[in-house]
Design a protein around this ligand. Structure first.
Ligand code: HSE
Length: 306
């Protein structure tokens, strides 16, 4: 029997729509796998989902990832799968990716690790695709590999792990409202004005440069998004209030985590990140919106066996 923990992740990191993502320390999902003799992958239990997730193996991101892995091996081995959802879903924290990654990684370990983490990403993406309707890897890749990852290209998949500045800390707030990734993708324009593309290109290049140079002032200057945030912020009633609270607290940046509703801020120390988290929380508390705050450094390990 093998259990894997896969962490939550922040997709896009403001400047890298569909191409940048990072793992955070917690929350995360746990998936346990063990062999059965039924030649079938089946879900025996899901905890922590309030009964909302389907038990059918072909509908769950964890089991779809495991089935994809087994098919790739040409194996008919059956597995019993238990999923412990330990993070909110529909939250913009990569919950569907975390289950897919934990499932693929645990199954791989049980089989004697025939695949590397990089190879497992494709199977986890098959799982992710059934939840989000797309094969974007900005949650799956950092969740699997840890750290800050850049998806340089999708065809073929070309993933680069970027350096993480020592003092970079992250505060994430999840407001208890639901935004479906599909809906948050549909409101985006199909084409962007040249001036917006130019601004985004400059900022993502500056961001990558800032990571290599350990330059958090440069990083802060780069964290603005012309592609998604202007449209998606309209789905978040308290976006401006939380943003103001984070910046007042001294955050280096503020933006939407993935497709939302979670939002995140970077800070240059643990103390500041804690303070920023508290101020963001107070801003939502004042609006009567239930919320959860997670403060950590970037998680450089990614998925692990526990
Ligand atoms: N890059 C994706 C998006 C992440 O922004 O739609 C979804 O979590």
């Amino acid at each position: 029997m093998v259990t894997a923990f896969a962490p939550a992740s922040v997709g896009n990191i403001t400047v890298g729509f569909d191409v940048l993502g990072m793992a955070i320390a917690n929350p995360g999902d746990e998936v346990t796998v063990q062999f059965n003799d039924r030649k079938e992958v089946r879900i025996v239990e899901i905890t922590g989902d309030g009964g909302k997730l389907p038990l059918a193996a072909e509908k769950n991101t964890a089991t779809v990832a495991i089935i994809s892995l087994l098919q790739h091996l040409g194996s008919e081995q059956g597995m019993d799968v238990t999923i412990h959802k330990k993070m909110p879903f529909g939250s913009g924290l990569g919950s569907s990716s975390a289950s897919a990654v934990a499932g693929a990684y645990a199954a791989n370990e049980l089989l004697g690790a025939p695949f590397t983490k990089n190879e497992l990403i494709t199977f986890a993406l098959d799982g992710e695709a059934i939840a989000s309707g797309g094969r974007h890897a900005d949650n799956v890749a950092p969740c699997m590999l840890g750290g800050i990852t850049l998806i340089r290209g999708y065809n073929p998949l070309d993933i680069i792990t970027l350096p993480v500045p020592d003092n970079l800390h992250c505060s994430v707030i999840y407001p208890e409202i639901e935004i479906l990734t599909k809906a948050a993708r549909e409101i985006l324009p199909k084409e962007v004005p040249m001036k917006d593309a130019i601004s985004q290109i400059g900022n993502i290049a500056g961001f990558v440069s800032a990571l290599y140079q350990n330059d958090l002032a440069l990083l802060s200057r780069c964290m603005s998004d012309t592609l998604a945030e202007p449209y998606r912020a309209t789905l978040l009633p308290d976006f401006e209030k939380v943003r103001n609270a984070a910046l007042y607290g001294g955050a280096l940046s503020f933006g939407i985590s993935g497709s939302g509703p979670s939002m995140f801020a970077f800070s240059d120390s643990a103390a500041k990140a804690g303070q920023v988290g508290e101020l963001m929380k107070k801003a939502l508390d004042r609006q009567g919106v239930g919320n959860m705050v997670f403060v950590s450094k970037v998680n450089e390990k990614g998925v692990v066996i526990i």
